[in-house]
Design a protein around this ligand. Sequence first.
Ligand code: SAH
Length: 371
Amino acid sequence: MKSSSNTIETKAYSESGDSLFLEDVNFTPQGKTISELEDFLMQNKEPKYRATQIFEGLYKHRYKSWDEFTNLPLNLRNKLKLVSEFQEMKVSHHLVSVDGTQKFSFEIEPGKEIEAVWIPSGDGDRKTICISSQVGCTLNCSFCATGTLKFQGNLKTWQILNQVLTVESLVGDKATNIVFMGMGEPMHNYKEVIRAAEILNHPKAFHLGAKRITISTAGVVPSILKFIEEKQPYNFAISLNQSNPNTRSEIMDINKKFPLNELILAAKKFVNELDRVITFEYVMIPDKNMSDENIAAMAMIASRVGKCKFNVIPLNTSFHGWRTPTQNEIDLFVLKLKSKTKVPIMNRRSPGKEIGGACGMLALERKEINK
Ligand code: SAH
């Protein structure tokens, strides 16, 4: 944290008319794009090209304080120290599962926690970090543990990226894929999420291919349209979860605001205008959304949308008396779905179950503690 004496010093420079960084004394370098860093430097009469060096220092070399920025001249580093502060997020829990999944809880500030999960694939080729975009969520999907938590705000870009930096540093490895499928609704924190994706994708930063970054939404239609309009290059997933338009609102409140038909039209627009595949996620909940009618409706949706695939995943929490499907139920569901549609169907395993690391389970442990 910047000390108050620094602030006084900065003010003194100001009064002496020295060209220092006076515009934004609380400037946080983390989470900034090159053009934002350029603006900051220019406002403060420093050369623009330093922005790229700062950007690389932050996300490629992963420096944690100005002292580490040996790619910058000492006098510049000293100026930067006076007017900006590096932020930190405390890791409050770190759990390791037998299957290699690791769960991390971060304390954003006292009483505000988020989580990220490291998920290695069985063969070790794919290493995914599932990250949060909000503290809690406003959506209240009835099968999701995050919905049971109080919503406590949007994450800043640096807080989104810090999850990746910290997980990679503690695991001692780098992710091949990032999914915005932790806590929160990414489309409700659009600007910060897109900026984080841009930095994850940037060749001078994390340098992850746009197709290796997946943004997932429960179905915020206007933001999906914005995403299409802006031609965002990232992978996109819609949490369908119920193919029957008449009952989807029973498990996903958001369907009352943006009904399934509108959502399908947005998905179709995505495929047509961007000429890319869209993913539908489908949480399998026995006696709720796994009937033959559901399967027929899923196939119908696939034929309406065209280029799409299904990511089916077993429910892994047991709220409201619902239960996780048995292996037989899952196999039968997938088999029937395969017989009705030609689109790819990915049958996702549920990683790190015993550490509460799987989708929708992130808030469970905390709930136990709060009881
Ligand atoms: N709000 C976004 C991203 C967070 S949820 C969205 O809805 O897409 C990420 C994924 O986890 C979603 O597909 C969601 O349906 C799934 N999920 C939530 N709770 C789950 C649970 N209990 N079991 C299995 N998957 C779950």
